[in-house]
Design a protein around this ligand. Structure first.
Ligand SMILES: [Zn+2]
Length: 275
């Protein structure tokens, strides 16, 4: 492969367009950037979201490592489409019209919305067509038992610690169904309200039992005391959870998660946390 250019905010041209086509095709265009060959703020934000998945530095620069990971991920999709009989051309890592057409055909044949982008449900159908655990169809639940057992035990220790610290913390969301996640994703985009998430169904750790939302309560209501949320966050960190108050993109004080080092593409592709 020829040497790919380093891109950053304000870059223009054919390679920016190829970057945009790749991000868009991999369902990372959550903020509606235009595929116009201009690396604008929206494209940069989508790029940061992509880099976060792979623990790449949170800077809006497309360097050789970023190119490599993007191209490898597109290639993996192309190879699977081809091996399933959906002609996506030579697997070159560029998400062009032939690949888009193959994705649409695959989606149509699998009763998925034919968007031509590899959204989470399409990714799972392609990479892990027969999962034994059926996360895609489980209902939402606030119960600890809806969580991965290891995460549930961390949540229990976390709740004990909050009580020992005179905080009245309750978990108000644990497993979230993929349908509910899709409704949340639509909010502020195609339905009224503010944007609350950048994750489609299958693309949130809540959709895998690896995340929960908690809040300190006062007089039976969620507290609006930010300091209490921060104290709660510190206690979550103490038991080894990741806390949304430290997130770089959408700061999310009630959110806790434990990922086992897996991103949601790993999970969709069929990788599971150790038992
Ligand atoms: Zn959350």
């Amino acid at each position: 492969m020829s040497i790919l250019p380093i891109l950053t905010l304000g870059s223009t041209g054919r390679y920016v367009q190829l970057l945009q086509m790749g991000l868009d095709g991999l369902a990372l265009n959550y903020n509606g950037f235009a595929i116009d060959g201009v690396l604008d703020i929206r494209t940069r934000d989508a790029l940061l979201n992509f880099k976060d998945r792979f623990d790449l530095p949170h800077v809006g620069v497309v360097d050789s490592v970023t190119w490599k990971i993007l191209i490898e991920n597109v290639k993996a999709v192309q190879k699977l489409l081809n091996s399933n009989g959906y002609h996506s051309g030579y697997p070159d890592g560029w998400f062009g019209p032939t690949t888009t057409a193959a994705v649409k055909k695959f989606q149509t044949d699998n009763q998925l919305y034919p968007s031509g982008i590899v959204d989470p449900r399409t990714r799972q159908r392609l990479f892990n067509p027969h999962p034994k655990d059926h996360y895609e169809y489980l209902p939402s639940s606030n119960a600890l038992r809806s969580l991965n057992p290891h995460v549930a035990s961390m949540a229990t220790r976390f709740l004990e610690l909050t009580r020992a610290n005179q905080l009245d913390v309750h978990i108000y969301a644990a497993f979230r169904s993929w349908d509910e996640e899709d409704r949340l994703f639509a909010q502020g985009r195609w339905t009224p309200g503010n944007i609350v998430t950048n994750a489609r169904g299958g693309d949130s750790y809540h959709n895998w039992g690896l995340a929960f939302d908690a809040a300190p309560y006062e007089n039976g209501m969620i507290s609006n005391d930010v300091e209490k949320f921060k104290r709660m966050g510190q206690l979550g960190l103490q038991v080894g959870l990741e806390w949304g108050g430290n997130f770089k993109s959408i700061v999310d004080y009630p959110h806790f998660q434990f990922t086992f080092g897996l991103n949601t593409w790993d999970l969709l592709n069929g990788v599971r946390p150790p038992a």
